[in-house]
Design a protein around this ligand. Sequence first.
Ligand code: ATP
Ligand code: MG
Length: 555
Amino acid sequence: MENEVVSRNFIEQEIDKDLAEGVYDHVCTRFPPEPNGYLHIGHAKSILLNYGLSQKYHGTFHMRFDDTNPTKEKMEFVDSIKEDILWLGADWKEHLYFASDYFDTMYECALKLIRKGKAYVCDLSAEQIREYRGTLTEPGKESPYRDRTVEENLELFQAMRDGKYQDGEKVLRAKIDMASPNINMRDPVIYRVARMTHHNTGDKWCIYPMYDFAHPIEDAVEGITHSICTLEFEDHRPLYDWVVRECEFENRPRQIEFAKLYLTNVVTGKRYIKKLVEDGIVDGWDDPRLVSIAALRRRGFTPESIKMFVEMCGVSKAQSSVDYAMLEYCIREDLKLKKPRMMAILDPVKLVIDNYPEGQVEYLDVPNNLENEELGTRKVPFGRELYIEREDFMEVPPKKYFRLFPDNEVRLMSAYFVKCVSFEKDGAGNVTTIHCTYDPETKSGSGFTGRKVKGTIHWVYAPTAQKAEVRLYENLVDEEKGVYNKEDGSLNLNPNSLTVLKDCYVEPGFGGAKAYDSFQFVRNGYFCIDAKDSRPEALVFNRIVSLKSSFKLPK
Ligand code: ATP
Ligand code: MG
C-alpha cells in the first residue's frame, strides 16, 4: 500500500493516520442495517465503502443487524438484506452478528454506569423530558430524579427489568450535562420500558436500549475500529465516545461521518416506498422503477455498475444529489462490451421482400458485438417476410430521414440492401405491410462496394420470431415538478413511468436466456429478462437503459 499513488478519500486519510500513529494496528468495519425495510442505492454506498475499506487495509468486515428496536423489525427483511449484500459482492464470511445478541452486555453496561453514578432512573414522562431538555439557545433543566442514590437506581432499574412498570413510566438516563451546548449530551435516555416481543430474544426483555447507547456498545464488543456512518450522527459522536469511555471498553472504535448519497428524481425514503408498495402503485419492493437494490437487480443493473457508480460519487462531507443519469452511464459502460447485441422489434410492421424466393431461409452470420470480437458471431435466419420497427418507415419522409420510404434504399443490418417499392394500409390509414425488393449482390460481408446507402435498420425474420413483452420505464416521479409535492409532501408521480409493449418480436436466439440475463437490443437499449414474470415461452424484458444520453462525465 505504501507505493500507491491514487488519491485517498478523507476517510482513508484518517485511517492512514490512525494506523501510522498506532491508534489501531488493523482495520475492522461494519455495515449495521436495521432490518425494517429493503436496502436501497444509498445503503449500497455504505456497504461498498465499508467492505471496500476492509479489503483495502486487509482487515475485517462485519455484517450486523441492528435489531434493538422490536417494533418495526421483521425477519423477511433480514433475508432480503443478506441477499442484497452478497449480490453486491460484500462477503462478511463468518462475521454475521445480531445486535440483540448483546442485550446482556448492554444491560451490564447500564449497571456499570449506575454504579459509577453515571446513570439514573427517571420518572419524568416523555413530554416532560422534552420540556426539560431545553433548546439550542437555552440550557436544559435537571430532572428532580437526577440525584437518586446508586442503590435506589439499581433497585429501580432491576424493577424496570422485572416488568414492574408500564411502557413510558420510567427510563434510565445517562447522567452527563444538562447545560451542554450539545443537546444529545443532556442526560439522554439510554433504556426504556417496552413490553414487546423481540424476534430474536422473545419475551426475555421488557426493557430495550436506545440506539445511541446500543450502537457504540455493539461496535466496541465486536472490535470495530472505524465506525462509519452518515452525517446526521455527527452531533451524536460526543455521546458515542462517552458511552465507549464510561463503559470502559478496551477497544475504542472511532466514528467517522460522511454525506448520504441522494439521487435526483428517485424515491429513496423507506416511508415513501412503503406507501407506493401498499397503494399498489408499484409492483412490490423490487419494482424496476425503484432504486432498492432488489429493484435495481430486477431492472438489470449489475454489481459492477453499482460499484462503478459509488466510486464515481466519491466520499465526502458535503451533502449533494447525484444525477440519476450517472447511474445509467455506469450500467451502459459495464454492459457495452460484455453483452451480445440482438435484434428485437418493439413496434412491429411487416416487410415483405417481393423478389426473395418464397419458402427460402438463409442463416446469416451476425457479429454478437462489433466492439468486442471475442463474443463471436451467431446465425440469424433471414427470408422473405420480416418485421421492422414502425418508425423505420415513413410514407412522406421529413428532411434528413434516411430510413425506408417509397423508392429509398436502406441496409438491413447484417443482411442486404432493400428498396421500398410499395406499401399497404388498413382502413384507418395505418401502414400494414411494406413491400421491398432486395439486391442479392449487396449481402453484408460480401465486400460489395457498388453503391452506398445512408440508413441501416434492424429486423427479425417473421416465421421464427418469438413474441415477447417489453417494459419501458421512465422516472417514477415527475422531473419537472420535483419529487415531493410542496403543499402536502405527497409524491409527484409520473403517469408514464411504465409502458408495456405486448407485441414485440425478438430473434430466435433467446432459448437459454435466464432471469436477469441482459442484452443489447440494437438501436433500442439494454434489456434484461424479468425475474418475476418472464417464462421461456413468454419472454418479458425490462429496459435497463436506452443507448443514448446527454450525460457528461464529471471532470
Ligand atoms: P433510510 O432513512 O433510507 O431508511 P436508514 O439510515 O434508516 O435509511 P439503516 O438501516 O439504519 O437505514 O442504515 C444502515 C446504514 O446505511 C447506516 O450506516 C446508514 O448511515 C447507511 N445509509 C442509509 N442511507 C444512506 C444513504 N442514502 N447514503 C449512504 N449511506 C446510507
Ligand atoms: Mg434507520
